[in-house]
Design a protein around this ligand. Sequence first.
Ligand code: ADP
Ligand code: NA
Length: 330
Amino acid sequence: KDRPRVLSGIQPTSGSFHLGNYLGAVRQWVDLQKENDAFYMVVDLHAITVEQDPATLRQNTRISAAQLLGAGLEPEHCTLFVQSHVPEHAQLGWVMNCLTGFGEASRMTQFKDKSAKQGAAGTSVGLFTYPILQVADILLYQADAVPVGEDQRQHVELTRDLAERFNTRYSPTFTVPKPYILKETAKIQDLQDPAIKMSKSASSAKGLVSLLDEPKASAKKFKSAVTDTGTVVSYDEQEKAGVSNLLRIHSALSGQSIEQLVAHFEGKMYGALKTELADLFSEWVTPFQERTRSFLDDPAELDRVLALGAGKAREVASETLATVYDRIGF
Ligand code: ADP
Ligand code: NA
C-alpha cells in the first residue's frame, strides 16, 4: 500500500443522484482520487434491500456509473466498479454478520428510520443487516478513509468496532478506517423542509434537486425554496435553517466563504440569493449532464471501464478475503 486507501459507495436506486449525494459525497470522491488509492462503487447489493424491478435496476446502475464519470471520476486515477461484480463483498458480509451483536445492529438509526417508514411487512432482513454489508465493503479494501455524508457516520463507527473486534479475536488483519466528512456539506437539507435532509426517500419532488432533471426545473426549485419571514441574508442554522442551507450550497458551488457571501448579499433580499444560486447550479449541472450523457451513449466504453474496475477491485478484495478465511479456520 503506497498511498492511503479511500473507499465509498452510492446506491443506484433512483437513477439520478441528488444534490446532497453530490455535495456530501461524490465531490469529495473526485477530489480524493489522485492523491489516494481510491475505490468507488455503485452498491447494487444494497439496492435490493428494498424491492427493485430488474430492468430498472440494471439501467439505474449504468446511469449511476455514468454520473460518477460525469462528475469527474477518471478511471486512470481511481477504481470504479459495481459491487455485485465482486463476489467477495457478500462473502465477507457473512463473516461480519457473525461478528455483530443483534443489539448492536439494532441501534443503527438509519434502519430504525427506514423500517418505521416501510412497516414490518415491507422491511427485509437485508435492510437490517445492510450496515454490516457496508462494513465488509470498507474492510475488504483496507480503507483508511471513507468519504460520506453525516448520515453514514454511525455506520463507519460500526466498521471501526468490527475491525477492532476481528483484529483482537484473531490477529491484526484489518485497517481501522476513519470517516471523511466535510462539515460544510455533510448534511444538505431539503429545499421545502429545511428541518430534514435532502433524500430520495423522504424529500418531496420540490424539495429534492435531482441532478438529471431539466436545469430549468431545478432553477425553479431553488427560486421557490422555503426560507423564513426575515429579510436579512445571514447564517444561523437554528433560526434561519433554509437560508443557511442555501448559503452552504452556494458556498460549495462558488468556492466563496459564507462570510464573503453574507457580505455580498448585504442590503439584498432572499430572492437575490435564490436567483444567483439557481444560475450557479445551472452552470455546473449543464456540463455535468453532457458528460454523463456521453458515457451513456457509449455502452461499450462504460462496460470496459466497469470491467476494468471490477478486475482491479477483485485483486485487493480476494487477497483480504483469503487472509480472513485463513484466520477464521476455513
Ligand atoms: P440516499 O441517502 O439519498 O439514499 P445514498 O444512501 O446512496 O443516498 O447515499 C450516498 C452518499 O450520499 C452517502 O455518502 C450519503 O451520506 C450522502 N448523502 C445522502 N444524502 C445527503 C445529504 N442530504 N447531504 C449530504 N450527503 C448526503
Ligand atoms: Na487514485
